[in-house]
Ligand binder design. Structure first.
Ligand code: IMP
Length: 193
């Protein structure tokens, strides 16, 4: 059984991670970059739901869309839902500076992933990975805060990993797996009807 979906994102890194992972489930992915302005909201779920509702007005295919954030414990969860703005303004170097005098460097990444059907449902999945913020940037792969985030259970930062390795740990991969299992069993049920 083969399924086809679009991933609404301007971020090629996110797309490549999702494409690789969903291929294992027999789901083919195409990237579509729509100009959807990210609304400000208190949680990633709310942000992604609003983005998905906007996308439903425009697209005709079934789609996924992702909103992610980095939550740092000693900064009370900052940058969290402001991760995109913080990355654009102070970048990961700014985060390293903010943490320079702090001993607790624990943090987590979270993804809220929405799946939408133009004539059907809108469903949200989430994934989280715990880890630490390193004291210096390491690695060239990936994007965003990858060079300064080391997940628990690995000595490598996300930026030192291949896409396959990052997918063993990442917030996005967890949300995508939860989505893919649900989606494939739904497709199977439809086929049997
Ligand atoms: P977005 O709003 O989901 O695009 O992400 C918010 C910010 O977090 C952006 O600056 C992204 O580059 C960053 N980000 C999202 N996912 C990841 C990731 O998997 N690794 C590193 N940074 C990420």
């Amino acid at each position: 059984m083969k399924a086809k979906l679009i991933f609404i994102t301007g971020n090629r890194g996110k797309f490549l991670e999702a494409q690789k992972l969903l291929k294992e489930f027999g789901i083919e992915l195409e990237q579509v970059d729509l100009d959807i302005t990210e609304p400000q909201a208190d949680s990633l779920e709310e942000v992604v739901r609003k983005c998905a509702e906007e996308a439903l007005k425009i697209v005709k295919e079934n789609f996924i869309i992702d909103d992610s954030g980095l939550f740092i414990r000693s900064l009370n969860g900052f940058p969290g839902v402001y991760s995109s703005y913080v990355y654009k303004t102070i970048g990961y170097k700014g985060i390293l500076k903010l943490l320079s005098d702090l001993t607790d460097r624990s943090a987590y990444f979270m993804t809220a992933l929405a799946y939408g059907e133009p004539r059907g449902e809108l469903k949200i999945f989430s994934g989280r990975v715990d880890g630490i913020i390193t004291t210096e940037a390491r690695g060239e792969n990936g994007f965003g805060f990858d060079p300064i985030f080391k997940p628990l259970g690995s000595n490598l930062t996300f930026a030192e990993m291949s896409i396959e390795e990052k997918n063993k740990f990442s917030h996005r991969a967890k949300a995508l797996r939860a989505f893919a299992s649900w989606f494939m069993s739904k497709e199977k049920n439809l086929e049997q009807k």
